[in-house]
Design a protein around this ligand. Structure first.
Ligand code: HT7
Ligand code: ZN
Length: 881
């Protein structure tokens, strides 16, 4: 596919003010009449041909101002409808198309999921429904009439507010929906089907009475109230936190079982992957509840950050996605524990975005070019995009930040905006020049900030020297020119190693934040009597890697005495990471003795558990969790041996489990829930479950016999899916009969629950044993598995490639072959999901030479397939490039 460049952006030659859609739903022959009120765009080229996008459409009829167009005036191309010499005044085009929803396996445009008609139009799916100017800067007011068989689709939903509805003859009925807010085509949606419903009401700050409803598969209504309540809480929060009220009379959420991503923010009609709606204690884990809450909030918040203010073009994707992730993170932080949530955010960023930024798919938060936009819904655009917004708040302070947001919404409401528009609102509010800050959007790669500290007892000063460096990222789109320094907010403080107070101060630190703007800078604190331990990047104040050598004793001081919970957790993580790395680097991943760092970690964790494990169990669970294999691999960077890392980490778990055994057993007891206790998904209850299960995991690492007994008992007696699955996951690390029996029992118990079986697929795919490739191949034949369902594919093959580094990176290449083969099979059906799966090869250049060669062979085998989709060919091309 050709490359599309930001620098080539031009406004559309034509605009569409109003769209009237008449959709007659039919399983294989759905007909759509689109009546478009068009006019030349004063900012476009006068007299240019009108080029409407289209994809896999059958054109049935076309009218221009009520007449068939003159012969030769219209050209139907495979992916466009061209009208030569259109009128130079406003005109109407009526287009009738036909599509086959049942044959739509790409799940883009209009398709059927479990018998329910639904749509997915972002980024460019509307052109699979009718010919259109399918670009986000063409915004229109839509009226949609939906007609369907009454038996097949008693529920008919569209964007906006409901209008007339009634019988349409021959067992059919219709419903009209009108959306008064102009929107781009990517926010269009409709749903038709047999669906159950739960509903509530909400009165907005403006006094609007809104009906909120969640639609699910009939019979699943008891699993919908958590999502429904999350919508109402999101509505209330956006009013309080950002002054943003809802703006229609109804807000509908529909859960479908076949969906390419998590959910979609269509105006007034959010469509969700059912995984992110349905929840009951027996089927959903605490993580599921947290995800449902976050994704419901995310899609709802898009109503302002994305819908009322949309994107001018797809290069501006972070304008809605980064901002909306920031907003949903803030919502979850307010609803749960802020420090615990911040740690979770950073773990995701490090596990997904840092590797992306360090590999061949690296791109700036605002890319400068793309071939396939669907491949740019990435951790960089979303998660790093959110970090940029957070840095802006840190730099400006909460007052100016909120003022800037208000200005942005006021200035850009009803428009398709750019990153420049966003920053201009904050510059105007704060009087600050944000030109250098804007580099965060343009430069790919994770910066490293190297820091060293020096205490001068005579002068009673403490000096911190900072140096930032950014890798030069060379991509097809960008020149690879030397990057410019970034504006990096460093939230920091000085900690007394004994837990006392440190008096030091510097007038370059305001509200606890020092701003690093140059490549090098240093900061002098005065009145410092004794050498402190610096606590840097508190709350992870910038998405950077910090190179700062500290002794285990200094890390222990931070874990014990830092006032910043994030850095307390970070201190334990750093000790853990250093302990793993020292084993790998010494070539002794399985060494018997714990080593000085392992011992330091055990001592630190023992002291921590004694002092405060029960004070905040969710936080304690995070402190006790070692950094993952992939984080260690990132740190090593080249010639990585995933087996060595895995052994080192497992051995360290064993040591920790032994050293802490008595404390962990006591914790499990102290945290045990009384039989019959009512279930609550709240953060405190979830935290207790998390700590109990981390304790189980470490105990099992130390004593597999005990671990097996405890885990088997827990699988059988668990009152929640969280506890059952956690115990099953512990068992999967303990080969043997008990494991297989437990797995079989679980499958039998949940045979009719696809979303629960997804968890069963996922944990088996993550078993770090040579038999797993064969196991996964076997599971692909399981009756519950379907290559056409994205959730199944992600659970089995996605989990294998992302959560099982030793087997995905098998030295004989069998893991790579498995994934590459799945990508090849899937590409003909669902290119978007196939391409996403292939991104697991992102880190292939980091592994040692033998594996590297196998990975390259697997990638080349994909590249050699004829008729590859643009999605997969883009990823494979960049991965090998
Ligand atoms: N804005 C939505 C993105 C999305 C999507 C993109 C491409 C293909 C399918 C898709 N489904 C949803 C989701 C969001 O970020 O809120
Ligand atoms: Zn989003």
């Amino acid at each position: 596919p050709p490359i599309i460049r930001l620098a080539d952006y031009r406004p559309s030659d034509y605009l569409i003010d109003r769209v009237e859609l008449d959709v007659r739903l039919h399983p294989t022959e759905t007909r759509i009449t689109a009546t478009l009120a068009l006019r030349p765009n004063p900012k476009g080229e006068a007299g240019a041909p009108l080029v409407l996008d289209g994809d896999e459409l059958t054109l049935l009829a076309l009218d221009l101002d009520g007449q068939p167009p003159a012969p030769g005036a219209v050209e139907v191309q495979p992916r466009a409808l061209v009208l030569h010499q259109p009128p130079r005044r406003p005109f109407t085009l009526a287009i009738e198309t036909q599509v086959n929803p049942s044959a739509n396996t790409k799940l883009m445009g209009l398709y059927r999921s479990g018998g329910v008609y639904c749509t997915q139009c972002e980024a460019d799916g509307f052109r699979r429904i009718t010919y259109f100017l399918d670009r986000p800067d063409v915004m229109a007011v839509y009226t949609t009439r939906i007609e369907a068989d009454l038996e097949e689709a008693p529920v008919l939903l569209g964007n906006g507010n409901p209008g007339q509805a009634g019988p349409a003859g021959e067992g059919r009925h219709y419903a009209v929906w009108h959306d008064p807010h102009p929107k781009p085509a990517y926010l269009f949606a409709l749903v038709g089907g047999r669906l159950g419903r739960v509903a509530t009401r909400f009165t907005t700050m403006e006094g609007r009475d809104v009906e909120i409803a969640v639609y699910v598969e009939p019979g699943k209504e008891p699993r919908a109230p958590y999502a429904l309540d999350a919508v109402a809480r999101s509505m209330a929060w956006d009013e309080t936190a950002f002054g943003r009220p809802y703006d229609l009379d109804v807000f509908n959420v529909v859960a479908v079982s076949d969906f390419n991503m998590g959910a979609m923010e269509n105006k007034g009609l959010n469509i969700f992957n059912d995984k992110y709606v349905l929840a009951s204690p027996d089927t959903a884990t605490d993580a599921d509840y947290a995800n449902i809450e976050a994704i419901i909030a995310h899609e709802y918040f898009h109503n302002w950050s994305g819908n009322r203010v949309t994107c001018r073009d797809w290069f501006q994707l972070c304008l809605k996605e980064g901002l909306t992730v920031f907003r949903d993170q803030e919502f979850s932080s307010d609803a749960r524990s802020r420090p615990v949530h911040r740690i979770a955010e950073v773990r995701t960023l490090r596990a997904r975005q840092f590797p992306e930024d360090a590999g061949p798919l690296a791109h700036p938060v605002r890319p400068q070019a793309y071939r396939e936009i669907n491949n740019f819904y990435t951790a960089t655009v979303y998660e790093k995009g959110a970090e940029i917004v957070r840095m802006l708040r840190t730099l400006l302070g909460p007052g100016a930040f909120r003022g800037g947001m208000d200005r942005y919404f006021a200035a850009c409401d009803g428009t398709a905006a750019t990153v420049e528009d966003f920053l201009a609102a904050f510059a105007a509010e704060s009087g600050r020049d944000l030109a250098a800050f804007a580099r965060w959007y343009a430069q790919a790669g994770t910066p490293t900030v190297a820091v060293s500290g020096r205490h001068d007892p005579a002068a009673r000063t403490y000096t911190l020297a900072f140096r930032q460096s950014l890798p030069t990222v060379v991509t097809e789109a960008a020149s690879g020119a030397a990057p410019l320094p970034l504006v990096i907010p460093v939230a920091l403080g000085l900690v007394d190693p004994g837990g006392g107070a440190v008096a030091g101060r510097s007038d370059r630190v305001r509200d606890g934040v020092f701003v690093l703007e140059a490549e090098e800078d240093s900061l002098v604190f005065t009145d410092v009597d004794a050498a402190p331990v610096p606590s840097l990047f508190r709350g992870f104040s910038a998405p950077v890697k910090v190179a700062h050598a500290l002794t285990p004793a200094e890390r222990l001081a931070l874990l014990s005495h830092d006032s910043d919970p994030f850095n307390r957790w970070q201190a334990a993580q750093s000790l853990g990471l250093e302990a793993i790395l020292s084993r790998v680097r010494a070539g002794a991943p399985q060494a018997e003795e714990a080593g000085p760092r392992g011992e330091a970690l055990s001592r630190a964790l023992a002291a921590f558990l004694d002092a405060e494990a029960l004070a905040d169990p969710a936080f304690a669970a995070l402190v006790l969790t070692l950094p993952g294999d992939q984080e260690a691999a990132q740190e090593i960077g080249t010639e990585v041996d995933p087996d060595a890392i895995h052994r080192a980490r497992q051995t360290l778990r064993t040591h920790l489990g032994r050293d802490l055994a008595a404390r962990l057993a006591a914790l499990r007891e102290a945290l045990a829930e009384p039989p019959g206790a009512p279930f609550s998904p709240d953060a405190a209850s979830a935290g207790r479950r998390a700590l109990r299960n981390v304790a189980l995991d470490l105990l099992a690492a130390a004593d597999p016999g005990l671990g097996t007994r405890l885990a088997v008992a827990q699988v059988e007696a668990a009152a929640t899916m969280t506890d059952r699955l956690a115990a099953l996951a512990v068992l999967t690390l303990l080969p043997g009969e008990a494991r297989e029996r437990a797995l079989a029992g679980f499958a039998e118990a949940y045979r009719d629950e696809p979303l629960v079986l997804d968890k069963w697929f996922a944990i088996q795919a993550a078993i770090p044993e040579p038999g797993t490739v064969a196991r996964v191949r076997g599971l692909m034949e399981h009756p519950a598995f379907a290559l056409g369902n994205p959730n199944r594919v992600r659970s089995l093959i996605g989990s294998f490639s992302l959560n099982n580094p030793t087997q995905f990176h098998r030295p004989d290449g069998a893991g790579y072959d498995l994934v590459a083969e799945a990508v090849r099979h899937l590409d003909g059906k669902n290119p978007q999901v196939a391409a996403r799966l292939l991104t697991a090869f992102n880190n292939w250049r980091m592994v040692e030479a033998g594996r590297r060669q196998k990975a390259e062979e697997a990638l080349r085998a994909v590249a050699a397939v004829t008729g590859l989709s643009p999605d997969v060919s883009d990823i494979v091309g960049r991965s090998l490039g």
